[in-house]
Design a protein around this ligand. Structure first.
Ligand code: ADP
Length: 162
């Protein structure tokens, strides 16, 4: 029987930031494998397509051999079950995250008793950082190289210059 511990790190990652990458890296040291799962959400108008986000995350995590990147639609717990994962990994930055994340974790518990949500506290240097912050700065051509992985800086600027 396979007893490896698989964690799913679900999110929009539109785009991936250094805060996300920090959670992925730390998760990859804690679990046998981490699946970064890009949520395909038709009700949101994203900057990058799901395919592009997958490609970007793969580029940034190429050195993490136990990290896989995938996408899913629908309920996270159903995706986790399908992938044989019992852990959902999420990051916490500020109090407002806590409220939203706790509600989501409790909701997921009502849907699947044996899936646990595990929270990692953000690295203190990234506690202010979100994909929205990156987009707000990039649209005006501001500096983002300290906020996102080097590999995707040009992708983001090209989006706004096209
Ligand atoms: P979602 O739309 O599901 O919130 P995000 O891509 O915004 O997707 O975030 C995915 C997860 O990563 C969430 O748990 C979020 O709290 C966490 N996260 C986002 N930014 C950071 C950061 N700077 N530090 C730590 N965790 C973060």
């Amino acid at each position: 029987m396979n007893n490896s511990t698989i964690a799913i790190y679900p999110g929009s990652f539109d785009p991936i930031t250094l805060g996300h990458l920090d959670i992925i890296t730390r998760g990859s040291n804690m679990f046998d494998s981490v699946i970064v799962a890009v949520l395909s959400n038709p009700s949101k108008q994203p900057l990058f397509t799901v395919e592009k986000r997958i490609e970007q995350i793969k580029q940034c995590t190429i050195n993490l051999s136990n990290v896989e990147v995938d996408s899913f639609a629908g309920l996270t717990v159903e995706y986790a079950k399908m992938r044989g994962a019992k852990i959902l990994l999420r990051g916490l930055r500020v109090l407002s995250d806590f409220e939203k994340e706790l509600q989501m974790a409790h909701t997921n518990k009502t849907l699947s008793e044996d899936i646990e949500t595990i929270f990692l506290a953000t690295a203190k240097e990234y506690s202010f950082l979100s994909s929205s912050v990156v987009k707000e700065i990039a649209q005006f051509g501001g500096e983002i190289s300290h906020l996102v992985p080097t590999d995707i800086v040009d992708d983001i600027y090209s989006y706004y210059n096209k």
